[in-house]
Structure formats: C-alpha cells, structure tokens
Design a protein around this ligand. Structure first.
Ligand code: NI
Length: 167
C-alpha cells in the first residue's frame, strides 16, 4: 500500500471530469486500497480519485467513529434525494478551510463495490453529505465553488498566505 499525493486547490486538475470504471480489476482494487490508506492517514472521512489525480469514478468514505467501516463507491449515481441541509464541510484538497454548502439531507445512491457488484445505499446525515461532496469531485467541482465570488477570493487569499508561511 502507499500514501498518495493529494492535489491541493486551486490545482486545475481538480476540475477534471472523471470517466466511469469499465471493469473492476486488481489494479482498481489496489488503487482503492491506496486511496483508503491516504484518507485514513490524512486523516479524512472521504476521498475521490480525482483528488489523487486519477480521473475515474471511484470514491472511498468512512464516516464511522471507529474508522473501520470503509465504504467504496465505484461509478456512483444518486437515484433519489430529499430534504435540504447545510452542513459545515471541509476537504483534504482545501486544508484549513471550512464552510457550509446547501445539499440534500438524504440520498439513495447506486454504485459498484470493490468486487464489482452493484448495490444500493440509503444515506442520511453526515454520510449523505459526504457522498454528495465526493461525487462533486468526480465532476470537477470543489465545495468552495458553491460560495460567492467574494468568499472564494478570500479563501484563495487565505490559502496563498498559508502556503507562503509553510515555505
Ligand atoms: Ni473534498
């Protein structure tokens, strides 16, 4: 297993639209293992392949308190959603920045697991938010891009300042 490099906003590659996985091979399973390891090490509760510069529709999520409930979603599709919530979100590609995004409160998602088997999952609360956040990454959207231009500019300035202080 290996820890992968996570692209940092505003890296243009985060705007790439991922393609569906054609077949769940050992190569895909090994990528999933590395993505999970990278997510747990960060630590984070979700990671999309886009964030590690692999542009295929793959997501790993673990919102459990025990960090032992790995959820793998390959080619996820939201087939139903309801309600509205605005949860404070963060992102491993936008470290140190948190803010609210309006999303569905509950979603039903259809996907393939790491064995390539199709399943349907009803999710609400944090898990539903996380699924929607990660699925946005697969279409090249970062959560801060829901905010006003002004707030996005302030976020970029804050990130730049932070990067300077690291160097
Ligand atoms: Ni994210």
């Amino acid at each position: 297993m290996a820890i992968l490099k996570i692209l940092q906003y505003p890296d243009e590659r985060l705007h790439t639209v991922a393609v569906p996985v054609v077949q769940v091979t050992d190569k895909i399973r090994s990528l999933i293992q590395n993505m999970a390891e990278t997510m747990y090490a960060a630590p984070g509760i979700g990671l999309a392949a886009t964030q590690v510069d692999v542009h295929q529709r793959i997501i790993v999520i673990d919102t459990s308190e025990t960090h032992d409930q790995l959820l793998v979603l390959i080619n996820p599709e939201i087939i139903a959603s309801h309600g509205v919530s605005d949860y404070e979100e963060g992102c491993l590609s936008v470290p140190g920045i948190y803010g609210k995004v309006k999303r569905a409160e509950a979603v039903t998602v259809k996907a393939l697991n790491a064995e390539g088997e199709s399943f349907v999952l009803d999710a609400n609360g944090l898990l539903a938010i996380c699924i929607q956040h990660e699925m946005d990454h697969l279409v090249g959207k970062v959560f801060v891009e829901y905010w006003s231009q002004l707030k996005q500019m302030r976020t970029l300035a804050k990130l730049k300042k932070k990067q300077r202080s690291i160097m």
